[in-house]
Design a protein around this ligand. Structure first.
Ligand code: TYR
Length: 290
């Protein structure tokens, strides 16, 4: 394992839960000489400076990436292409350019064409977060013992991938490398579908005529509360995830719908054995997940 890297200047484009957590963790671990971030709104800029985690907050992305050795886009997936285009001409030759998006295929397709050949593009996905968002929600321990998946395009400098791997490892993450397409399939079932289902059931509960909203809230300990925590997640971020990972999500959704139909049929027929067998199998699987 390589030792902790040190970057002279790290630019974080976007300062929400993830950007804010990287800043805190990188400072704590001494991974950056200087951390620069951008915030478009005056209000966020003021708040970020107040938090005292970064060295500078600038108004434009071009200013932020100037002379940065590591640039990380911590913004919704749909914004990565336009931002790559915006910063391309201002990137320092030899810089590592990365992101933290929940979808990787679309990010590579959207960003790669804009980036100059002189930088090293290593996309990343820290599989960590909460249902909260914004600069105040970040914390330095967020990545400890969480996976961070790197999806370096073919031909990218192995030393750059190693440096980024060491950066994430120094913040506590376990790092794995895979292809963008495989990443998108795995995350479609482990993350994207669960979020979609949580968003769905909250909407369903809200539209019921026979059960009031206050009753749903009052009796949510029956399962609703645990199951729907992630439905409070950021709407822009999740809109972009579903638009960007359309194919993998639709594939998993197709299989899920078939399985749901099987359970629906078992309930309709009063087939206790089918339900019991299914729940026994899934309980064993779920108990194996810590
Ligand atoms: N929203 C998830 C949670 O609250 C965390 C998460 C979200 C992790 C998206 C990764 C990701 O791509 O637990």
């Amino acid at each position: 394992m390589s030792s902790a890297p040190h970057f002279q200047r790290v630019a974080l484009i976007g300062f929400g839960l993830i950007g804010g957590s990287i800043a805190r963790a990188a400072k704590l671990q001494g991974l950056a000489g200087e951390i620069v971030t951008t915030a478009r709104s005056e209000k966020t800029r003021a708040r970020v400076m107040e938090l005292g985690i970064v060295d500078r907050v600038v108004a434009t992305n071009a200013d932020a990436v100037k002379d940065a050795d590591l640039v990380i886009l911590c913004i919704p997936v749909g914004a990565c292409g336009p931002v790559a285009q915006e910063i391309a001409a201002h990137l320092k030759p030899g810089a590592i350019v990365s992101d933290v998006g929940s979808v990787k295929g679309a990010i590579v397709r959207d960003m790669a064409p804009h980036l100059p050949k002189t930088v090293h593009f290593v996309p990343a996905h820290p599989v960590a977060g909460t249902e909260h968002s914004g600069p105040d929600s970040g914390f330095a321990e967020l990545f400890i013992n969480r996976w961070c998946i790197l999806t370096p395009p073919e031909g990218v400098d192995a030393a750059a991938t190693d440096r980024l791997r060491a950066f994430w490892a120094a913040m506590g993450a376990k790092v794995e490398v895979m292809t963008p397409d495989h990443h998108d399939l795995v995350l479609a079932i482990t993350s994207h579908l669960p979020h979609l289902i949580a968003y769905t059931i909250v909407g369903t509960a809200d539209e019921l005529a026979q059960v009031t909203e206050s009753e749903v809230i009052k009796f949510s300990a029956g399962g609703f509360r645990d199951f729907t925590r992630i439905a409070a997640s950021d709407p822009t971020m999740w809109r972009d995830v579903f638009l960007a990972n359309k194919e993998a999500v639709l594939e998993m959704l197709g299989t899920f719908t078939e399985d749901l139909a099987k359970l629906t049929r078992a309930i309709r027929r009063g087939d206790g054995e089918a339900l019991f067998d299914h729940f026994t199998r899934t309980r064993a699987i779920r108990r194996g997940i810590v």
